[in-house]
Write a protein that binds this ligand. Structure first.
Ligand SMILES: Nc1ncnc2c1ncn2[C@@H]1O[C@H](COP(=O)(O)OP(=O)(O)OP(=O)(O)O)[C@@H](O)[C@H]1O
Length: 186
């Protein structure tokens, strides 16, 4: 894989258990920052031929991760991605500048998933995943913990505050990288 020396814009992952609000956050952030591109990985994978099968137990598509990374690489090299997916540990560390892990209260999450019409086993599996902090562990084990931030996503106010916070981080990053100069340590 090629390794760019510079990126004019950072790449941000917004991750969390399904239903935590990744897409809601990513859409709102991208609306406020038109220079950034929202990549809903589930949609991107379908549109770019990166689906390798169907997991009937979980009622979900199986993504061909190697193909996905190949398709994403040229975009990630340019920077400016908001990567929205429930899985964060497949993306190379060098691509990523910030990992936001959204957290949600079990009862709120249960209600959101039930409202979607998910079968009981899928709701339970996801709520357990949230209780066990699976995504937080994945993020902290895969990236420097200093770039991982956990944010609670339980109501509209927290959503607005979170987006404001990420937006502030983004503005700071851009101010510190005026000409897309190298963002790597020497
Ligand atoms: N902070 C929040 N406050 C109120 N409602 C929220 C919040 N976050 C998400 N929701 C609601 O919860 C539902 C799921 O949100 P969303 O699709 O953004 O989650 P997701 O994490 O992207 O899910 P998936 O991984 O399945 O795509 C939506 O109906 C959304 O409006």
């Amino acid at each position: 894989m090629s390794l760019p020396d510079t990126r004019a814009l950072p790449n941000i992952i917004i991750t969390g258990t399904p239903g935590c609000g990744k897409t809601s956050h990513a859409e709102q952030l991208a609306e406020q920052h038109p220079e950034m591109t929202h990549i809903n990985v589930s949609v991107f994978a379908k549109e770019n031929g990166c689906i390798e099968g169907w997991d009937s137990e979980r009622d979900t598509s199986i993504v061909d991760e190697d193909k996905l990374l190949d398709k994403l690489e040229p975009l990630a090299d340019k920077g400016g991605l908001i990567i929205d997916w429930h899985c964060c540990d497949i993306f190379p560390e060098r691509w990523i500048d910030l990992v936001v892990v959204l957290r949600c209260n079990n009862t709120v999450l249960y209600d959101r998933l039930e409202k979607r019409g998910y079968k009981e086993s899928k709701v339970q599996e996801n709520v357990e995943c949230e209780i066990m902090q699976v995504l937080v562990s994945d993020a902290k084990n895969s990236y420097d913990p200093s770039i991982v931030v956990e944010l609670s996503s339980e109501d509209v106010d927290t959503l607005d505050q979170n987006v404001e916070r990420i937006s502030g981080w983004l503005d700071n990053w851009k101010a510190g990288h005026p000409e897309g100069e190298s963002n790597r340590l020497p």
